[in-house]
Design a protein around this ligand. Structure first.
Ligand SMILES: [Fe+2]
Length: 307
């Protein structure tokens, strides 16, 4: 069972990472619609705005709760996030609340323990509100996938990427349900094995998205992305095999960590190159920063698991 302090901390750190991820998925979905379906943009942006409101709420509860090493992990924001948001807003015309990013950057300047006794109740309410909104987001994304897969609709997003973002929403929902029953997100080899399977799959899919969204002239980068795709496919199989044998393999964990560091560096360079207009692609700058943060998050999880 989680202590009250741990429940609050794990909830806040989880929400700081995933709420931003969720709102960005909706920005990517809206940006991918064709002119014919532009009438769906307001409904999608409305869900995005609700995630932003809950993120603002989370930030206000985070002061003195979130650990410095968590702020330093680079999964909440990176040095590129603000510029990536400005560029993406300019490209797509979709509004992005960059004040949130400024507030997140300021979190590291807060001195510890502003948390009062009422915070546990506030976090409980917050988590329950997020669970409700996640159900709406998942439903909306599933409806898009169904229409695209039955060829009733066209979008500029890979169907696999639609499924990928929906799986991330479901993963987040499971985390919140675990927290709401006061169970830890980091204890036990089974939890760690499940996370390795989930994130190795996500990193492999990122590699394939990047490979396919780069301009065909970017041959070196395409080759690198392809290399990561093969590496994470293999690591996914190894993580699944370890899980099925009911034992977490330290070798798989070590190799996953090394591959995650390499793809993180690749994504950081990619984000810099895209923002500097040095890489030809159809990757939105915020998408590049987004997948960078997810690699940082996977690395944070790998460091923190108690086996
Ligand atoms: Fe994502």
């Amino acid at each position: 069972m989680l202590t009250s302090t741990e429940y609050v901390r794990q909830s806040i750190e989880t929400n700081l990472f995933f709420l931003r991820i969720m709102k960005e998925h909706l920005i990517f979905a809206a940006a991918a619609l064709t002119l014919k379906d532009s009438n769906q943009v307001p409904a999608i942006m409305n869900i995005k705005n609700k995630f932003e409101a809950l993120l603002i709420n989370t930030i206000s509860l985070a002061r003195g709760v979130v650990r410095p090493q968590s702020l330093a992990a680079g999964d909440i924001i990176t040095p590129y996030t603000y510029n990536a948001e400005i560029a993406t807003q300019n490209y797509t015309g979709l509004p992005i609340n960059t004040e949130i990013t400024r507030q997140e950057a300021a979190l590291s300047n807060t001195s510890s323990s502003a948390a009062g006794p009422m915070i546990e109740q506030s976090v409980n309410t917050l988590n329950r509100q997020i669970i409700v909104l996640l159900a709406t987001a998942i439903q909306t994304q599933r409806a898009l996938i169904t229409n695209v897969l039955s060829c009733k609709m066209f979008t500029n997003m890979y169907p696999l990427m639609m499924e990928h973002v929906t799986r991330e929403a479901e993963h987040y929902l499971q985390h919140l349900q675990t927290l709401q029953s006061y169970q830890s997100l980091t204890d036990g080899p089974r939890t760690a094995a499940i996370a390795e399977i989930f994130w190795n799959n996500i990193m492999g899919e990122h590699s394939k998205f990047i490979r396919g969204l780069l301009d065909p002239t970017e041959e070196d980068l395409i080759q690198k992305a392809n290399g990561f795709a093969g590496q994470f496919d293999e690591l996914l199989r190894a993580a699944r095999a370890a899980y099925n044998n009911l034992q977490l393999s330290p070798g798989v964990t070590r190799r996953s960590m090394s591959a995650a560091i390499n793809i993180r560096n690749f994504k950081a360079q990619g984000t810099q190159g895209i923002l500097a207009c040095k890489i030809r692609s159809i990757i939105l700058p915020l998408l590049s920063d987004h997948v960078l943060r997810e690699a940082n998050h996977y690395l944070k999880e790998l460091r923190e698991f108690k086996m």
